[in-house]
Design a binder for this molecule. Structure first.
Ligand SMILES: Cc1cc2nc3c(=O)[nH]c(=O)nc-3n(C[C@H](O)[C@H](O)[C@H](O)COP(=O)(O)OP(=O)(O)OC[C@H]3O[C@@H](n4cnc5c(N)ncnc54)[C@H](O)[C@@H]3O)c2cc1C
Length: 386
């Protein structure tokens, strides 16, 4: 067991925080206020070779793994730039494609994804199927040659800025499937194709990406757009959902550290009643508590990432990491907000904005309750309640 980062891993963590610092919080706020995709930042990450962290070198990537992607996210978020598009595109879609895509799909998309020329989003959630993905009804009907896709997805991060979506659809409706996990197929869908409509939603969280609804009306798909196997998509779904949980846990760890830094600095500087407020244990202990929990969350995140990279089961760790990191980040922001007094609520300090963001991480990409259900049922063997 080795708790040290390698030289290369430390460099990636540092790269993430240096990059975020070089763009700065004003850039982030401007883009978030304007709800404008941060293309300059995206291009910079691409030029520096980091969009393809998890993509094989032969397709233009760095040939690294989940651990390195998590460190990149931890570094960026730790300096205030939690870029969700890095979760959905490079962590989920590109890495899944690298593992399970056909040669044609890989050649068509991976080099362009790594260079930033093409942007990818991920679409599973539907108005009537969020936590319960089994209930999705978006259907790709086949005529034996190709497919026609119809249905609706919602809350899709960055769909307006993306060129393609990896869409989770049913090729066999739930009522006709022998088992509820049968009949899922993953498709790479061109978002400019006839029959696709994208509608931005209003979600006032301080992130630059828009969340969107996507409507599919008889969108024609060729068999070459299938990622993995028809009707057997569920088997590979967790190779995209576990990385999502791991990298979001890393995001929460970074955001927790970022918030605590603001709390600790203020606690040392601000004097009320003649002493720095940080000398009062009523303020210091919540910060120390949150710091401890953030570092514990980081360890579980690394373990989940290492398991995933080694091809070992990563579900338990990924779920525990995401659950605990989100809770720790909420406490970190809340304790820092309290230390900052009224100043914490100003836009300049930005802790209130940060609160909305970490609070979101309790709910997405999978909610606290569903994570605890998984841990109780699948990890501990408790009976299923639903
Ligand atoms: C900003 C944002 C970005 C997003 N980005 C994407 C994206 O890019 N792609 C994508 O596909 N989706 C995305 N989502 C969707 C997100 O993954 C879902 O919102 C999430 O999975 C929860 O689903 P839901 O909103 O339908 O909640 P529901 O499933 O309706 O759940 C509502 C509440 O009930 C609780 N609940 C439900 N069942 C149980 C149970 N059995 N036991 C206990 N509690 C239960 C849940 O925990 C939750 O608190 C995004 C959402 C947001 C808000």
């Amino acid at each position: 067991m080795d708790f040290q980062l390698s030289f290369e891993q430390q460099m990636i963590l540092d790269y993430g925080s240096n990059l975020a610092e070089s763009f700065g919080s004003d850039y982030w706020r401007e883009k978030s206020d304007a709800q404008e995709f941060p293309m300059e930042l995206w291009k910079q990450i691409a030029d520096d070779g980091f969009l393809g962290v998890m993509v094989s070198e032969e397709y233009g990537g760095a040939g690294l793994g989940m651990t390195e992607m998590a460190l990149l996210m931890e570094g960026m978020s730790g300096a205030g730039l939690p870029l969700f598009m890095m979760v959905v595109g490079p962590t989920m879609v590109l890495s899944l494609l690298d593992h399970y895509g056909s040669e044609t799909l890989k050649k068509a998309h991976l080099p362009a994804g790594c260079s930033g020329e093409k942007v990818f989003c991920f679409a599973i959630t539907e108005p009537n199927a969020g936590s319960n993905s089994m209930a999705i009804t978006t259907l790709a009907k086949t005529d034996g040659l190709g497919f026609k896709l119809s249905g609706q997805k919602t809350f899709i991060t960055g769909a307006d800025a993306a060129d393609y979506a990896l869409v989770v659809a049913r090729t066999t409706p739930l009522k006709d499937a022998a088992h509820k996990t049968d009949g899922f197929t993953l498709f790479m869908v061109d978002l400019k194709a006839p029959g696709v409509t994208i509608q931005p939603m209003e979600i006032p969280v301080m992130i630059p990406e828009k969340q969107c609804e996507i409507f599919f009306d008889n969108v024609e798909l060729g068999p070459e757009q299938v990622v993995g196997e028809v009707d057997r998509g569920f088997a590979i779904l967790f190779d995209v959902l576990n990385p999502e949980r791991i990298v979001v846990a890393a995001m929460a760890v970074g955001l927790g550290r970022y918030a605590l830094k603001k709390g600790v600095e203020y606690a040392g500087d601000r004097k009320v009643f003649g002493v720095p407020i940080g000398s009062h244990q009523g303020l210091a202990h919540p910060l120390a508590h949150a710091h401890t929990e953030i570092e514990m969350a980081a360890l579980m995140t690394y373990k989940a990432a290492a398991n995933f990279d080694q091809g070992a089961p990563a579900g338990a760790e990924a779920n525990m990491a995401k659950y605990f990191a989100a809770e720790a980040a909420i406490k970190a922001v809340d304790s820092s907000l309290q230390v900052n007094g009224g100043a914490g609520f100003t836009r300049d300090v930005g802790l209130l904005d940060l609160y909305g963001l970490v609070r979101l991480l309790r709910t997405i990409p999978v909610s606290r309750e569903l994570l605890l259900n998984y841990i109780g049922e699948k990890v501990m063997g408790l009976p299923r309640s639903y």
